[in-house]
Design a protein around this ligand. Sequence first.
Ligand code: ATP
Ligand code: MG
Length: 376
Amino acid sequence: MSRIEILGLTQQFKGHRAVDDVDLVIEDGDFVVLLGPSGCGKTTLLRMIAGLLEPTSGRILIDGQDVTALPSKKRNLAMVFQSYALYPHLSVAKNLAFPLAVLRTPRDERDRRVREVAATLGLEKLLHRKPRELSGGQRQRVAVGRALVRQPSAYLMDEPLSNLDAKLRTATRQELSELHDRLAATFVYVTHDQVEAMTMATKIVVLDAGRIEQAGTPEEIYHRPASVFVAGFVGAPPMNLVPGVVGSIGGVVVSTAPGIEARLWEGEVENREVVIGVRPEHLRAADFATGALRVEGLVERIENLGSENVVYVRVGDTLLTARGDGLGGIRRGEPIALGAALERIHLFDRTTGRRLEWVPDADALPSVEPSVTVPA
Ligand SMILES: Nc1ncnc2c1ncn2[C@@H]1O[C@H](COP(=O)(O)OP(=O)(O)OP(=O)(O)O)[C@@H](O)[C@H]1O
Ligand SMILES: [Mg+2]
């Protein structure tokens, strides 16, 4: 069991800061997902936690103990990496048992753990094979399994599912979540796949260019993104983000962009350049009559995903995306009217990109489950 504390952690490569002054607390039993685009510093951060890369500055504490100078093997962490290496001359069973053999675990205990892990990951029938006789996805599962046979203080995983096909990925994702529930262990898991992040994490840390953009529960990240970057990165299709202006007209605060108007609340504010955000699933025909935000446009394109439609709506220079199962019966080239409820409207400062908490009762967040539907 482990609580991991990261203080001012920085990794400076030649002329390039891959991780930039990161502060982060990973509580015991957390499933923390480090999420961000390629090159944002996820692997570098994980390698420093693992002890495989010495930080340029900053400190790492595990259960209160400063481990910054401690070598990897003394940190009692299990790791699965992006590029995993299995021992080619050993069978799957022996690969799985290897970490236990190193720890001189008794043979019957070793065999029992290997059988358990193999059952969890669907590797029972492959135990006698050599790595070269496995598919890429099967090898990856062996690499995950090798981390799971031990009971370390924390599991560190770097895109462990990246070589799996969609079906196996979903299944393994569920297995990892169940495993986390069962072990109540600390997981630090790197991915650029937001569905993995939303479905498994207790806490998501969104990174951009070596810095933390936002750390929070999946619900917070999804419903209250702290910046334009997070709003655009999490969610598929992404949130509609339109440059606009907030100002008062006759005591009503409105936010406008060409062809789009949102009446927010009563009061007075100074004019301010903003980015208006609405998620595709919150733009609904049913909300046109009553919605705080209303748009009328032309249907430019329709994608039928089976369970729902994604509709691209042209409003002046802007192309908005709406998504839902109530969007049937519409046709390309025809007019469409959509609305969004007040609490579904996000505002960001256009200069800083940071979220503006201007909605008076922003605490009364809609109690709706975050929906991350994966397009088929
Ligand atoms: N050993 C190194 N020397 C110099 N630069 C490096 C080194 N390792 C990584 N980098 C750079 O640091 C940045 C962060 O790399 P990192 O591997 O942490 O990204 P990542 O978020 O894991 O990306 P991906 O999703 O593609 O795996 C990148 O710009 C990368 O090119
Ligand atoms: Mg990486």
